[in-house]
Design a protein around this ligand. Structure first.
Ligand code: N5F
Length: 397
């Protein structure tokens, strides 16, 4: 029998398919005793477990022939109507996706060819980098700061490049926590409208604001300006359940049709039972649920910042988020977040080292901390452990 070699069997694209650092780390953090600040996993205490059990049974009893049958690729219409009401569009403008993660894959499939330029921030959501990389794009990056992307750098890039789309997370950016002020959103849209470019706005953390009110999305601003080029991604993962894998894309009919056709080839449709369950759980008391979630994450963020202020040695910098789930930390130049990670695991605490969030490399002295999953006591203890690991590392330099 001839020796078998998978590497020879794989297609060329397979060489661009790599593991997700967060996914790999999450396996490690299942170890008992580890306090994990790695995954942006929503607070489990917020999951409507009992209600979901009742409603799932009721759906199967009353509408089992719909829940268990193939369904429309566009999504379960009552859920599309709910999303339309929430986002302020028509149901026909909504495509239900299997997580925003699938929407990112569909966007790569529809917009990117080998070598296509695509612009994103450095750092940016590593799941987007992972979804887009197999299509072989040329990543263009601009620095991400506490007020969103560096618009001067962006303008400079756009003078010499025409990206297939710009991938942005204007509200509570993952991982840097940045929040684009209104004037920056308006300036960005001007830059994009002048050039007729496509923007993909990933608004996964839209509702997790700690202030008085939500800022208008790029999508809302583009609609007011009559500009069709913004594709909006939203998700139920951070406001209801990530395990049900229900999210959505909102776009101009021509773009939405192409994304829908791509989805047909990907998974036919998002699981019907999950869509119907999300609809049943969301259709009553959604505003009250969102208010409670904002309060819980505000408290967790406060606990994290108090612990960091108490435990972190001189020279360590970190963001003070106004929403979302993450604190972005920068170690003193020359210190490695990977080396810190090894020491942290020995202290039974975990986080995500920053470099996988940089599409073109860099970020070796950065790391992301999620405060979403643990309670304030766990956060305080975890930061004590991280402080110990850091002081141990600093003692070596
Ligand atoms: C900006 C942004 N866009 C899309 C997603 C994925 O959302 P879905 O659950 O696929 O709707 C996420 C979720 N990111 C989390 C979840 C990843 C969890 C995991 O890989 O297990 C994280 O960064 O930790 C996100 O932050």
């Amino acid at each position: 029998m001839k020796a078998f070699n998978w590497q020879e069997a794989f297609g060329e694209r397979a060489s661009r398919i790599r593991a997700s650092t967060i996914r790999e780390l999450l396996k490690l953090t299942q170890r008992p005793g580890i306090l994990s600040f790695a995954g942006g996993l929503p607070a489990p205490e917020l999951f409507p477990k009992e209600e979901a059990a009742e409603k799932a049974a009721a759906i199967l009893k009353a509408k089992g022939e719909v829940a268990l049958q193939y369904g429309p690729t566009e999504g379960y219409f009552p859920l599309r109507a709910f999303v339309a009401e929430w986002i302020g569009v028509r149901p026909e403008e909504v495509l239900i996706t299997t997580g925003s993660q699938q929407a990112l894959d569909l966007l790569g499939k529809v917009f990117l060819d080998e070598g296509s330029p695509v612009l994103l921030e450095a750092p940016s959501y590593m799941g987007a980098i992972q979804a887009l990389r197999p299509f072989g794009p040329r990543f263009l990056t601009v620095p991400a700061g506490e007020e969103g992307p560096d618009l001067d750098a962006l303008e400079e890039v756009l003078q010499r490049e025409r990206p297939r789309f710009l991938y942005l997370i204007p509200s509570f950016q993952n991982p840097s926590g940045g929040l684009m002020p209104l004037r920056a959103r308006e300036r960005l849209l001007e830059l994009v409208m002048e050039r007729g470019l496509v923007v993909v706005e990933d608004d996964a953390y839209r509702e997790l604001y700690f202030g008085e009110r939500r800022l208008p999305s790029l999508f809302e601003l583009s609609r007011e300006a009559g500009y069709p080029g913004v594709i909006y991604l939203g998700s139920f993962s951070k406001v209801l359940s990530p395990g049900l894998r229900v999210a959505f894309a909102v776009a101009h009919p021509e773009a939405l049709q192409k994304l829908t056709q791509a989805k047909q080839g990907s998974d036919l449709h998002t699981p019907m039972l999950n869509q119907m369950l999300v609809h049943e759980l969301a259709k009553e008391g959604f505003p009250e649920r969102l208010e409670r979630i904002r309060r819980v994450y505000r408290e967790k963020a406060e606990a994290m910042l108090q612990a960091l202020d108490r435990e972190m040695p001189q020279g360590v910098r970190y963001t003070r988020p106004q929403g979302g789930m993450f604190v972005w930390m920068t170690l003193p130049e020359g210190l490695s977040a990977e080396a810190l990670f090894q020491r942290a695991i020995e202290e039974n605490v975990a986080f995500v080292p920053g470099s996988p969030f940089f599409a073109n490399g860099g970020g070796e002295n950065t790391l992301r901390l999620s405060y979403a999953t643990l309670n304030p006591e766990g956060i305080a203890e975890g930061m004590r452990r991280l402080g110990r690991a850091l002081k141990g590392l600093l003692a070596l330099v």
